[in-house]
Design a binder for this molecule. Structure first.
Ligand code: HEC
Ligand code: HEC
Length: 300
């Protein structure tokens, strides 16, 4: 299955290249990875190359997708009995904020198969859910399934060299600090997954799940947003919905606020503490990944 690697990566890059979002220019403080030589440097959201969507929207989008699209397009948008795979669809890959998707659904071709008349907010949520599936497909990289195979595929010495050198991992990590014993913490398959996509939501309540806001400290890895009004006033919170036309934040006390947007005003800066890792996802070669996994697996 490893041969499939390039297909999803390429598709993602197409999506990245066309996601020229004016909003995703993160400039805030990155948090997380405590313990490594004074903590990580500030990380930035990946500019126009990668659009980060609110986790809330993806969470809302899942049931909306299942109700409105899933019976044709299949579970997790991977294609079904009476609709094509939406994860590899050009329409999905070129979509931004559900706008392209909405136009496609309104078009004669799709109206011919399904007479859907959904409000833009619903299509936005569904599209964000589909975008999240595209990201997951790119991350899974064809899916190694057996820990032994993952380990056999890599060279620990090469992984160590890459970790300390070209990989730039030591900017945020140390094998004596925040990655100490990581090889004992996960099996090799999970470890490889965590290298590309550390888990959000372990440290506290995250951006997602909708519904009532659970108590507890905020998730240090959640994507946060800063809204800057024309008069300079700023608001910081969890992004619930961010498009070119409006932005909704949720604050620590659970309340929400929405602003209309016009020509990028108010400005929205998203900060993704895991931006460095998303960047890795784009640049790591298969061999680097296997070598890193083999190396980190020795840290017991
Ligand atoms: C009744 C079945 C049905 C439902 C419900 C349905 N679709 Fe489709 N969809 C199809 C079929 C059949 C096609 C292929 C023909 C076409 O392109 O219109 C398609 C095509 C598409 C495509 C283009 C895929 C490509 O070729 O790139 C997109 C995007 C899409 N659907 C999105 C959706 C979304 C989002 C929903 C839910 C809001 C939805 N569809 C609901 C049957 C359905
Ligand atoms: C820009 C900062 C940054 C860089 C560079 C970086 N990481 Fe991370 N990494 C993080 C953050 C933040 C986390 C999440 C916090 C955590 O899990 O400790 C994380 C988590 C991880 C985890 C999961 C740890 C766990 O206990 O679940 C692994 C494994 C990991 N990184 C491997 C790597 C490797 C390998 C490299 C180099 C190829 C790398 N990281 C480069 C910031 C970074």
């Amino acid at each position: 299955m490893r041969k499939n690697l390039n297909t999803p990566m390429l598709m993602l890059c197409i999506a990245l290249a066309c996601a020229t979002s004016a909003l995703a220019q993160g400039g805030g403080r990155g948090r997380g990875a405590a313990g490594a030589s004074g903590g990580p440097p500030p990380v930035q959201l990946l500019g126009g190359r990668f659009k980060a969507y609110p986790q809330d929207a993806a969470d809302r989008g899942l049931p909306l997708y299942n109700t409105n699209c899933g019976y044709c397009h299949g579970e997790r948008a991977k294609g079904g009995k009476s609709g094509p795979d939406l994860v590899v669809s050009d329409v999905s890959l070129h979509d931004e904020d559900g706008i392209g998707m909405g136009e496609y659904l309104k078009g004669a071709k799709h109206q011919g198969v399904a007479k859907l008349d959904l409000p833009p907010a619903t299509i936005y949520d569904i599209a964000v859910y589909i975008h999240s599936r595209i990201t997951v497909a790119a991350l899974n990289r064809g899916g190694d399934t057996h820990p032994d195979e993952v380990l056999k595929a890599g060279n620990a010495d090469a992984g160590k060299a890459y970790f300390n050198g070209a990989g730039g991992c030591t900017k945020c990590h140390s094998v004596e600090g925040n990655l100490k014993g990581v090889g004992a913490k996960y099996d090799a398959v999970t470890l490889q997954d965590r290298i590309v996509m550390p888990q959000r939501g372990r440290g506290g309540r995250g951006g997602g799940r909708g519904g009532p806001v659970p108590a507890g400290p905020p998730d240090p890895l959640a994507i946060t947003a800063t809204v800057t009004l024309a008069n300079g006033q700023t608001f910081k919170g969890l992004p619930i919905r961010v498009t070119d036309f409006d932005v909704t934040l949720r604050f620590d006390d659970g309340s929400t606020q929405t602003w209309a947007r016009n020509n990028g005003v108010p400005k929205v800066d998203l900060t993704d503490p895991l931006a460095g890792h998303l960047e890795l996802m784009r640049t790591l070669k298969d061999s680097d990944m296997h070598n890193l996994t083999a190396y980190l697996a020795t840290l017991k």
